[in-house]
Design a protein around this ligand. Structure first.
Ligand code: FAD
Length: 288
């Protein structure tokens, strides 16, 4: 694996200071590592539509490749179609297509559109213009009826025209490789990038993990519990665990790693350097 198989995810900052830090410090420093692409999230229900577009426009304008995340949220086909046309006009040609979740306060007022339907809509509207990524869940999406049905619906997203998948983050590497095998059994032959979440604020991570169905192994939770009043040790342990996770992924044929950066340069840059990835060449970019 080289840097050409690495991607970094951002979210649209809520403050001017956050926006400046992302655009002037974090994104340029991560771009210097030569990733395949950046991505920028889209708030539940389309709540960050304009902010996502703004960040995408700025980063695309800097010469980097960026994939906006997109979901229907509460929007209709005309609004989403118009947004797609704006991305086409800008020259953006990557997307991450998602169902999204119901934003709090909107319950019952809108019907979420499954990601496979969104992928079909994008292909109908924009042909092959976009390289489309979709979400995948090695530990299975929390609303899923069964393991098999979740793999079945991932296949439906590829059948509708997705090019790659990016997983929810996980710390159990066996779950990821088992999932790749089940996807292969189901006839999925496209790359499934591993989503990797660095460990920084453990309390937030634990809370978020409960909601999104990602499991934090007991030994990690116990070790961090022991470092409760020692942020330096927590930080060092988090880097060690996530570096080891990435190394195991790379050593066993994972096609790519997508870092959930939370808009922070560190610890992602340190983990990246620990992995000693080869700089991207034109040849490995083309095969990524
Ligand atoms: P889907 O693939 O539509 O699946 C949702 C559930 O429905 C699953 O349980 C699936 O098994 C089932 N299902 C799928 N298709 C069908 C069907 N046709 N009929 C019946 N059941 C079906 N959220 C945001 O709000 N903004 C973001 O920017 C964002 N970025 C993300 C990036 C990545 C890489 C990932 C993995 C997730 C991201 N999320 C984001 C979270 C995501 O929106 C939620 O996990 C959401 O609950 C599911 O989205 P999905 O596209 O995977 O859904």
């Amino acid at each position: 694996m080289s840097a050409a198989n690495i991607s970094f995810e951002f979210f649209p900052p809520k403050t001017e200071e956050g926006r400046r830090k992302l655009l002037e410090i974090t994104a340029p420093a991560l771009q210097a590592l030569g990733p395949e692409f950046f991505s920028c999230t889209y708030g539940a229900g389309g709540s960050t539509r304009d902010n996502t577009f703004d960040i995408v426009e700025q980063i695309h304008g800097s010469g980097a490749t960026i994939a906006p995340h997109l979901s229907f949220g509460g929007d209709n086909e005309a609004a989403i179609g118009e947004l797609l046309d704006r991305y086409v006009a800008l020259g953006v040609n990557h997307l991450v297509a998602l169902r999204g979740d119901m934003p709090s306060g909107m319950g019952g007022r809108t019907q979420l559109v499954y990601a496979n339907e969104l992928v079909s809509f994008i292909r109908e509207r924009s042909g092959d213009h976009f390289r489309i990524a979709v979400g995948a869940y090695p530990e299975i999406h929390p609303e899923s009826l069964s393991y098999e049905s979740d793999v079945h619906y991932l296949k439906a997203k590829f059948d509708a025209g997705a090019d790659i998948a990016i997983t929810q983050y996980f710390y159990n590497v066996d779950a990821y490789f088992y999932y790749l095998d089940r996807c292969l059994d189901a006839g999925i032959d496209k790359p499934i990038f591993a989503g990797v979440m660095p460990i920084t604020n453990f309390e937030n991570l634990a809370r978020f993990s409960r909601n999104c169905g990602a499991e934090i192994p007991r030994w990690i939770a116990q070790r961090i519990e022991g470092f409760k009043h020692d942020p330096d040790s927590t930080r060092a342990f988090g880097i060690e665990v996530v570096t080891q996770l990435c190394q195991t992924l790379m050593d066993n044929g994972c096609p790519g790693i997508h870092f959930y950066t939370m808009n922070q340069l560190e610890p992602v840059r340190t983990i990246y350097h620990n992995l000693q990835l080869a700089p991207p060449t034109e040849a490995n970019r083309a095969s990524a």
